[in-house]
Design a protein. Structure first.
Length: 286
């Protein structure tokens, strides 16, 4: 298949340009059930990223959670994707599994400085996901947040934290995240702590309720609700129908809300439906 084939065209380009602050996507791009459903039948597997990046606005790379890649691999992924496309990366799990997070400095630096600059303008948020066994210990977590580099070769970095222990449902964690301008993941799942308190300059949601019986994973009503929430976040406001730890912080009446970038990834659940869900939501917000 040649790059000029219709299957490798970029049908999402206009939607990305129409609302560049809101990006929807999926986790990874290699999944056998997507072949013949999301991917065309005759598309070579080596071109799946090329295809996916032209039909989705963003992809969360899960493979880096298990093993960081070489700079040449990051550069290859960058070159296979179009302008305006963004990758999020899950940081290696061995960082979050340190007995003391304050001792993870070398691991953090090794990952961030180990080739992420090759992504260039394709580099989106870096996701630091913590296991359910990691409880909130204020001093240790504060030390970890201090380790996260704010820039990479002069380019600002965006960090986002996903916690899976209910001890993080506290103002102490939120205060730390806000002080470091680090975003908190809204995890839409019954299996993990789920709270939509905004702590950073952008919003990051991982949506885990797609259903195999629905062609687009989510009903039209549910997609409409997520589109409305995404627009509110992007406009600097916050939806009032999601669980929170604190009430939204009141702004001065004369202050204009600062617009935000919004990332919404359809993850897990009925994974075979997630590309269709992401495309349907991107069309609604675009």
């Amino acid at each position: 298949m040649k790059a000029t084939d219709p299957a490798i065209a970029d049908p999402l380009a206009k939607l990305r340009a129409a609302n560049p602050r809101i990006r929807t996507g999926v986790g990874g791009w290699t999944f056998a059930p997507w072949r013949g459903a999301f991917y065309p039948d005759r598309l070579p597997q080596r071109r799946e990223l090329e295809y996916a990046s032209r039909h989705l606005a963003a992809i969360e790379i899960n493979g880096t959670y298990y093993r960081a890649q070489k700079p040449a691999v990051y550069a290859k992924w960058r070159d296979e994707t179009p302008d305006g496309f963004v990758f999020s990366l899950k940081a290696p799990r061995y960082v979050a599994e340190h007995a003391r997070l304050a001792d993870a400095g070398n691991a953090v630096t090794g990952f961030v400085s180990g080739g992420l600059a090759e992504f260039g303008d394709r580099l989106g948020p870096i996701l630091w996901q913590f296991p359910p066994s990691r409880r909130f210990e204020r001093d240790d977590f504060a030390a970890f947040l201090d380790l996260l580099p704010p820039t990479l070769e002069g380019t600002p970095l965006r960090h986002v934290i996903e916690v899976r222990n209910e001890s993080f449902l506290c103002t102490g964690y939120l205060d730390l995240a806000r002080a470091h301008r680090v975003a908190n993941v809204f995890t839409d799942s019954a299996d993990h702590p789920s709270f939509a308190d905004v702590t950073g300059d952008f919003v990051y949601a991982r949506l885990m309720r797609s259903e195999a019986s629905i062609e687009t994973g989510y009903t039209a009503q549910a997609l409409g609700a997520w589109a409305a929430r995404a627009r509110l976040w992007a406009d600097g406001a916050e939806p009032d129908d999601l669980p929170r730890v604190q009430a939204p912080i009141a702004q001065e009446s004369s202050a204009r809300p600062s617009p935000r970038d919004v990332f919404l990834y359809f993850i897990s659940a009925a994974k075979q439906r997630n590309p269709a869900a992401a495309i349907a939501l991107q069309r609604r917000v675009g």
